[in-house]
Design a protein. Structure first.
Ligand code: 6PG
Length: 243
């Protein structure tokens, strides 16, 4: 089953990072596809293999609803993983949806990320600067999904949030895809500075868009946000063949 090889990959990446810098900072995807993986990571052998006290969990994006709401990404991640493993509560960094729904959510999430990344040991090289002197966080691992329209996190085709060049998080007034809720999302500059990005997409559901997004000839000018994710580190696509 794909979840075991995916869980192996994540477990290995987290362990490598912790052995190098003593801490691993990852961002989880929302949606349905990663749920089985989160459940698997909460079970042996991964439950014991991952050093949860040295692991920090952020979200790649969120729907602006209370965590108890069925559409909450943090709620989902908490149900399947976070509440099932010995991770200290202070290592969990949900998107502060209670600050909005407004751009305040994105600003407060950026502050939360700054509080974390600015206090990581220097050797973890967790902050990087662009040519204009803007600082950006370096996530060790970002897990992403993709919609049939080529969106990823809550970066939708043609949305102004996709053009963000400076902020670490952005607010999306209303998602054009279900659930049609206000969203908050990591921005492209942050996704593209990660050490490792892993996309999970089901082949049966998303065959066409996967082909378009992975088409090298038009990737740089693509309208599909998922195609614009080209991290400084490694990029892995796990195309899931069900059954
Ligand atoms: C969200 C997600 C989103 C998701 C894709 C794929 O909050 O909706 O973060 O980017 O990854 O929509 O969703 P599925 O895995 O449910 O197909």
């Amino acid at each position: 089953m794909w979840v075991d090889s995916a869980a192996d990959l994540i477990c290995q990446s987290v362990a490598e990072r912790i052995s190098k810098s003593g801490v691993c900072t990852l961002a989880l995807a929302g949606g349905k596809t990663p749920q089985a993986l989160y459940k698997r990571l909460s079970q042996p052998p991964y439950l014991q293999a991952i050093c949860w006290p040295a692991t920090h969990i952020f979200l790649g994006d969120e729907r602006c609803v209370p965590f108890e709401h069925e559409e909450s990404n943090f709620g989902m991640a908490n149900r399947h993983l976070i509440s099932q493993v010995p991770i200290p509560p202070q290592n969990c960094h949900p998107i502060p949806i209670y600050a909005g729904p407004s751009a305040q959510i994105a600003l407060q999430y950026e502050e939360e990320m700054k509080r974390h990344f600015q206090h990581l040991p220097a050797q973890s090289e967790s902050l990087t600067k662009d040519a204009k002197g803007h600082f950006f966080p370096v996530f060790d691992l970002i897990i992403l999904g993709m919609g049939k329209d080529g969106h990823t996190a809550s970066l939708f085709p043609g949305d102004p949030a996709l053009k963000e060049k400076m902020r670490w998080a952005a607010f999306v007034q209303k998602s054009p895809r279900p659930p049609r809720l206000p969203r908050a999302t990591l921005t492209l500059p942050v996704l593209n500075r990660a050490r490792l990005v892993i996309f999970f997409a089901s082949e049966s559901e998303k065959k066409d868009i996967i082909r378009k997004v992975l088409d090298e000839t038009e990737r740089l000018t693509s309208v599909f946000p998922a195609a614009l994710v080209r991290p400084a580190g490694k990029l892995i696509w796990m195309i899931l063949k069900e059954g």
